[in-house]
Design a protein around this ligand. Structure first.
Ligand code: GLU
Length: 377
């Protein structure tokens, strides 16, 4: 149950143990292609305070194309053609990674780079892989810095904007909230340059009125704009994650959001219906694992399904499939994405974690169904 109902809650490690912060190209790279290093260092100093207070942080950062375009001397900030953007991203990503290693390192934090494609997030097997890597990095105290793998993502298989990527990364990492930094204060009730435009502090439901306030998607190969932020808000809130939009153009932008409460917050939809939707969509269940009473009680307290608690495996399924979780009597209690195929589940059933490596021949995953990929009914 997401308990974040105010922007200040985003800095509370109890309510928001894991925060995803997305930074767009225009915040990181000047119009002449120069890095805004001091601005980033200021923001990272603020993030370091949160990290020291026990909050986990994931950064989703754009900027590779804009930086690479400046280095290669490409027109239109590298967006004149897809091959330009791909080449620019290859060059710019090196610089971006170095920048994060420096500024996070200066705060005693370890930067970890992850480049993802749309397919990594849409294919459920690959989604689980990316998710496991994020979890391990966060457990180790690192700060993952994520961008789209623009050099290999072609037009049809691109996110194209890091807003939606940030929402998907929030799901995959089990985040509680996403903060999208923009060059405006948030969503306005009409285009912000129009007279009388008023900032909308909170959106409970994304309906027709909200969509028309955001306006049409941005034209051309450039990305971002309010429409893609709204699409990101839909993905996040449906998955039970809060999404906030705030102005990143100020120095130390986090304090402005947390202390002055300026931004737009999209409230998370809670309840099993919402989470079930994004987990499995309309997919049919491929099978069921039945668990013992101890495991059932642990699940109710928010734990994952471990092999030791499984007493039966029904059906045939592959890694990443959507399965039911039933109690000893066969009543369905939860749904989730399974980490192993059916045959492997049968061989691991009832086994404790330390006995699993011998059976598998490799280190076992942390759970058979991870709590982040599960919904209780
Ligand atoms: N991934 C792109 C980059 O690093 C930017 C995508 C976006 O503008 O949201 O340059």
């Amino acid at each position: 149950m997401n308990s974040i109902t105010a922007l200040s809650h985003l800095s509370d490690p109890e309510r928001c143990p894991l925060l995803v912060v997305k930074l767009g190209s225009s915040l990181l790279v000047n119009s002449d292609g120069a890095l805004r290093r001091d601005w980033l260092a200021g923001l990272v100093a603020e993030l370091a305070v949160l990290h020291r207070a026990g909050q986990r942080i994931v950064i989703v950062s754009s900027g590779a194309i804009a930086l690479g375009a400046a280095r290669l001397g490409l027109p239109q900030r590298g967006r004149a053609s897809l091959p330009d953007a791909q080449a620019a991203a290859s060059v710019g990503q090196v610089e971006l990674a170095g920048l994060y290693a420096d500024v996070l390192g200066a705060q005693g934090l370890v930067a970890a780079q992850i480049l993802l494609t749309l397919e990594d997030m849409e294919d459920r097997r690959r989604y689980l892989n990316a998710s496991a890597t994020l979890e391990r990095l966060l457990d180790l105290g690192a700060v993952p810095v994520v961008n789209e793998n623009d050099s290999v993502a072609t037009e049809e298989i691109r996110f194209g904007d890091n807003d939606r990527l940030a929402a998907r990364v929030a799901q995959a990492s089990g985040a509680d909230a996403v903060l999208l930094f923009s060059d405006v204060d948030g969503l306005y009730d009409r285009p912000p340059h129009q007279d009388g435009a008023v900032l909308v502090p909170q959106v409970d439901i994304i309906d027709h009125t909200v969509r028309s306030a955001a306006g049409p998607p941005q034209e051309g190969p450039g990305t971002g704009g309010m429409a893609s932020k709204l699409a990101a808000a839909e993905i996040a809130t449906r998955a039970g994650i809060v999404l906030a939009i705030a102005n990143g153009t100020h120095d130390r932008p986090l304090s402005r959001v947390f202390e002055q409460n300026i931004g737009t917050m999209f409230i998370a939809q809670n309840g099993p219906g919402a989470r079930k939707n994004w987990l499995g969509g309309r997919l049919a269940k491929a099978g069921t694992v039945r668990v013992d009473g101890g495991c059932h009680a642990a699940l109710a307290r928010g734990a994952s399904v471990l092999a030791a608690g499984i007493i039966a495996v029904e059906g045939e399924f592959a890694r990443g499939d959507f399965v039911g979780i039933a109690d000893e009597q066969g009543a369905e209690i939860a749904l989730g994405l399974i980490e192993y195929d059916a045959a492997t589940c049968r061989s691991l059933m009832g086994k404790r974690q330390d006995a699993q490596a011998d059976i598998l021949g490799y280190a076992p995953r942390s759970a058979v169904i991870h709590r982040d990929h599960m919904v209780m009914l």
